[in-house]
Design a protein around this ligand. Structure first.
Ligand code: T1G
Ligand code: NAD
Length: 705
C-alpha cells in the first residue's frame, strides 16, 4: 500500500455458513461513534434482506466488545442515527441476533447486547452500566430492558452504582445466556449461533418480556439509600425514576421517559464535571517523560518502616503482584509490622477482595518483615516510610545507598520534606524520587510522583508504571512544601482556621463543606488524621515562618491538652467510647472564644455561602500558584489530586473545573476583597489575575499544555 494508513470500515458485514457476522471495529474501545451507529444500522438492514443469512452475531474487534457511547461526542449536538433507534431496530429483527461479548461491554455497549435476542460472553468478560458515574443514566433502553431480564433489585443495584460484574455474575443475573471458554468472541458467537440454528430458535425480544408488578416499597427504600449515598450527585437518584418507568409504562413509553431523563442529565453541570474527571484521570499520565524513557523493571520492592503507611503500601504492592521486603527498626517492630500487614490482608479476605488461599500464599512467599538492610541488596525499588524527620530519613537513605544495587530506585513517602535534599544526601540523586501515597495506602487511589531536580526520566515513568500495577492514579508533582495536595490542604485549612477565629464554629464549617459534597469537613478530617501530625509540622516551621503570616492558636491549645482527635477521644469533636463520629464539644467552643478574646477579635457570623467562598478561594488561589510554578503540570493535575486524594466531590470536577464554572472574575473579586483584611494570605496569584483579566479559563491551559 502506498502511503497513509489502511482505512477500515468501523462496522463490517460478512456471512459464514448462513451466519451473518457483524464486526464492530473502532479502536481503542469500539465506542459508539456516529459511524458505528450508522454501520450497525446498515448491517442490520442488510441482514434483513440477506436470504443467505439466518442468524446474526455482533462482536467487537480488538480488546473489547463495545465499551459504550463515544464520550467525546457528549455536549455536542447528537447526530443520527440515534442509538435507541438503532437498538430498537436490532430488537425488531425478524431473524435472531446474538451478541458475543468480551472485554468490557459497558453502557451503550451492554444496551446493544440487551437489544439482541441472545447473549454469549467469554469467561473473562465484564458488563456494566456505568452511566451514573458520568452524570447521566443508561439512555438507550438499559433502564427498561435490564429489569425485564434481571428483575428490579439487580437493575437498581447495577444502574445506581455503575458497578461492573464478571461473566459468572452476569449469568446468574440472567444478563447473558451462556459463558464461553476461550479468548475469541467471534468464535464463541459463531459456535453459539450454530447451536441456536440447530434448535431452530426464534428472535426472542427482551422488550417483550413482562416485567411483572412493581414493588413500590423496594423503590422507596432504594431512593432513600441512594440519595444518602450520592451526597448531592443527581444521576443515581434520577436513574431510579427511569427504572421505575419500566414498571409503570409500556416499553415504548418507558423508553421515551428514559430518554427525557437522560437528556436532562446530559445538559447538567454535574455531567460536565464527571466527564472532565474521566478525561483528566487519563490525561494525567501524559507527562513530558512519557515516550522519552522506558520504565525500569519492578518485581521486588523494599519498604522501610512498617507503620501506618508502610504496612498499607506493602499490602497495595502485594495485591499488585510485587514481592515485598519490609525493614523495621528492631525485631519487635518487624513483628508488629507483619501483623499489621496480615490484619489488612484479612480485612481484604473478609470483604471478599481476596481468597484465604491467596492471602496465605502472599504471606508465605511474597512478604518478609526483617531488620537487616542487606535483605534489600537485590530490590528494584525501595520506598521509605519512616518518621517524618529529615535526620532519620537521611540516615535511612545513607544505608540504602550503601546496600542497594546500582539502578535500584530509592523513593521517599515524605508528606512535606524536601526530596532534593534527601536525594543530595545520596551518591545517586538521579535514582531518588518521592512516591507520596495516601492513607490508607492500600485503599486510596492517589499517588503523587514527586520529581526532584535530578530525578531521571526513566525513574519518573517507573513511578507511573508502579501506580498502574497498584491500580492507582499517578499525578506528577514538583518539589515544594507539601507538593500539590498537602500544599493546597495547608492553604484551605488556614482559611478555615481564620474563619473560626473570626467567628465561625468548626462545626458550621464542616457542615458547609459536607453540604458541598465532601465526605467530611476539614475539622473532622483533622481529628481523623491526628492533630499531633500538623502540630509537629507547625513547630518545625515556627522558626522560619514569615512574621506577616496570621497564626491561629486553637489547634495548639487542643494539642497542649493531649487532644489529638479520634485516637484520644477528643479533638475538635468529642468521641464517645468507640464512636467514629464525634459530637460538637462546648469546651472546644470555649477554648476558641478565649482565643478570640485574647486577640481582641469580636466574633461575627458566617453563613454557609461565605464559608464556601473563602474556603474555595483559598484552595483555587494556591492551586493557581502551583500551576504557575510548574509544581503541577496543568490545572487538571490539581483536579485529579483533589478528587482522588482529598475527597473533593467528583461531580464538581475538581477545584479548577469548579473555578472555571464559578467564573475566574468572581473568584478574583473575592480574593481582592479578602486581601483587604490580610494581603499576606489572600493576594491573588498572578496566573489567576492574568487569566481573569483576559477572559481565559483553566480549561484553556489544559488544552494548550
Ligand atoms: N468514548 C470515547 N473514548 C473512550 C471511551 C468512550 N466511551 N472509553 C474509553 N475511551 C478512550 C480513553 O479516553 C482512552 O483514550 C482509551 O479509550 C483507552 O481507555 C447511551 C450514554 C473501556 C474499561 O463509561 O471505563 O454508553 O487516553 O485508558 O484502562 O447509555 O476506558 O488513550 O486517548 O481507560 O483499558 C459508557 C468508559 C459510556 C466506559 C477501558 N461507557 N471507559 O479501560 O483503557 S455512556 C463508559 C472505560 C453510554 C449510553 C450511554 C474504560 C475501559 P486515550 P483507558 P482501559
Ligand atoms: P508511623 O509512625 O505510623 O510509622 C513509621 C514507622 O517507621 C514506624 O513503624 C517506625 O518503627 C519505623 N521506623 C522509624 N525509623 C526507622 C528506621 N530507621 N528504620 C526502619 N524503620 C523505621 O508513620 P506513618 O504515618 O506511617 O508515616 C510514615 C511516613 O509517611 C512519614 O514520612 C509521613 O509523613 C508519610 N505519610 C504519612 C501519611 C499519613 O496519613 N499517616 C500520609 C502520607 C505520607
Amino acid at each position: 500500500m502506498l502511503g497513509g494508513s489502511p482505512v477500515t470500515e468501523p462496522v463490517r458485514y460478512s456471512v459464514e455458513d448462513g451466519i451473518a457476522l457483524i464486526a464492530v471495529d473502532n479502536p481503542p474501545v469500539n465506542a459508539l461513534s456516529q459511524a458505528v451507529r450508522a454501520g450497525l444500522d446498515a448491517a442490520i438492514a442488510r441482514f434483513a434482506e440477506d436470504g443467505e443469512a439466518r442468524i446474526a452475531v455482533i462482536y467487537g474487534v480488538g480488546r473489547t466488545f463495545i465499551a459504550g457511547a463515544d464520550i467525546r461526542e457528549f455536549g455536542k449536538p447528537m447526530a443520527e442515527p440515534f442509538l435507541p433507534d438503532v437498538i430498537n431496530r436490532i430488537e425488531a429483527s425478524e431473524k435472531p441476533v446474538v451478541a458475543a461479548l468480551h472485554g468490557t461491554a459497558l453502557g451503550g455497549g451492554l444496551e446493544v447486547a440487551l437489544g439482541c435476542h441472545y447473549r454469549v460472553i467469554l469467561a473473562s468478560g465484564r458488563v456494566g452500566l456505568p452511566e451514573v458515574t458520568l452524570g447521566i443514566l443508561p439512555g438507550a433502553g438499559g433502564t427498561q430492558r435490564l429489569p425485564r431480564l434481571s428483575g428490579a433489585e439487580a437493575a437498581l443495584d447495577l444502574i445506581t452504582s455503575g458497578r461492573q460484574v464478571g461473566a459468572q455474575e452476569a449469568d446468574w443475573l440472567n444478563i447473558v445466556d451462556y459463558v464461553a471458554e476461550g479468548e475469541d468472541a467471534r468464535a464463541a458467537g459463531l459456535e453459539f449461533a450454530r447451536r441456536l440454528l440447530v434448535e431452530e430458535c426464534r428472535a426472542r425480544r427482551t422488550g417483550e418480556i413482562d416485567p411483572g408488578t412493581k414493588d413500590a416499597e423496594l423503590f422507596t427504600s432504594w431512593r432513600e439509600t441512594v440519595s444518602r449515598r450520592a451526597r448531592g450527585q443527581l444521576s443515581p437518584v434520577v436513574a431510579i425514576d427511569a427504572i421505575e418507568a419500566a414498571y409503570d409504562l409500556p416499553l415504548a413509553d418507558g423508553l421515551v421517559r428514559e430518554r427525557s431523563l437522560f437528556t436532562e442529565l446530559m445538559g447538567s453541570d454535574q455531567r460536565a464535571g464527571l466527564i472532565h474527571a474521566f478525561f483528566a484521570e487519563r490525561a494525567v499520565a501524559k507527562i513530558p517523560e512519557a515516550g522519552t524513557a522506558t520504565p525500569r523493571d519492578l518485581a521486588r520492592i523494599g519498604i522501610i518502616g512498617g507503620g501506618t503507611m508502610g504496612s498499607g503500601i506493602a499490602v497495595a504492592a502485594l495485591a499488585g503482584g510485587l514481592t515485598v521486603t519490609l525493614i523495621e527498626r528492631d525485631a519487635d517492630s518487624a513483628e508488629r509490622a507483619r501483623s499489621l500487614v496480615e490484619k489488612l490482608l484479612n480485612d481484604g479476605v473478609r470483604r471478599g477482595k481476596m481468597s484465604e488461599a491467596r492471602r496465605d500464599a502472599l504471606l508465605a512467599d511474597a512478604f518478609a518483615a526483617v531488620t537487616d538492610y542487606e535483605a534489600l541488596a537485590s530490590a528494584d525499588l525501595v520506598i521509605e516510610a519512616v518518621f517524618e524527620d529529615m535526620a532519620v530519613k537521611k540516615e535511612v537513605f545513607a544505608r540504602l545507598d550503601a546496600v542497594c544495587r546500582p539502578g535500584a530506585i530509592l523513593a521517599t513517602n515524605t508528606s512535606y520534606l524536601d526530596v532534593d535534599e534527601i536525594a543530595a544526601s545520596t551518591s545517586r540523586p538521579a535514582d531518588v524520587i518521592g512516591f507520596h501515597f495516601f492513607s490508607p495506602a492500600h485503599v486510596m487511589r492517589l499517588l503523587e510522583v514527586v520529581v526532584g531536580d535530578k530525578t531521571s526520566a526513566d525513574v519518573v515513568v517507573t513511578g507511573f508504571a508502579l501506580a498502574k500495577k497498584l491500580k492507582k492514579i499517578a499525578v506528577r508533582a514538583g518539589v515544594c512544601d507539601g507538593f500539590i495536595g498537602n500544599r493546597l490542604l495547608n492553604a484551605y485549612r488556614k482559611a478555615a482556621d481564620y474563619m473560626v477565629e473570626d467567628g465561625a464554629s468548626p462545626y458550621e464549617i464542616d457542615a458547609a463543606l459536607v453540604a458541598f459534597g465532601f465526605p467530611m469537613g476539614p475539622f473532622a478530617v483533622s481529628d481523623l488524621a491526628g492533630l499531633d501530625i500538623a502540630w509537629a509540622g507547625r513547630k518545625r516551621r515556627a522558626a522560619t515562618r514569615d512574621p506577616r503570616e496570621r497564626v491561629v492558636g486553637v489547634a495548639d491549645r487542643l494539642c497542649e491538652r493531649g487532644w489529638f482527635g479520634q485516637k484520644t477521644g477528643r479533638g475538635y469533636y468529642l468521641y464517645e467510647e468507640g464512636a467514629r463520629r464525634g459530637k460538637p464539644d462546648p469546651e472546644v467552643e470555649a477554648i476558641i472564644a478565649a482565643e478570640r478574646t485574647e486577640k481582641g477579635i469580636v466574633p461575627r457570623s458566617f453563613d454557609s455561602e461565605e464559608i464556601l467562598r473563602r474556603y474555595m478561594a483559598a484552595m483555587i488561589n494556591e492551586a493557581a500558584k502551583i500551576v504557575e510554578e510548574g509544581i503541577a503540570l496543568r490545572p487538571l493535575d490539581v483536579d485529579v489530586t483533589m478528587l482522588s486524594g482529598y475527597g473533593f466531590p467528583r461531580w464538581r470536577g475538581g477545584p479548577m473545573h469548579y473555578a472555571d464554572k464559578v467564573g475566574l472574575d468572581t473568584i478574583l473579586a473575592d480574593l481582592r476583597s479578602f486581601a483587604e483584611e490580610d494581603p499576606y494570605f489572600w493576594t491573588p496569584a498572578r496566573l489567576l489575575v492574568d487569566l481573569a483579566e483576559r477572559g481565559g479559563t483553566f480549561a484553556d491551559l489544559n488544552k494548550s499544555a
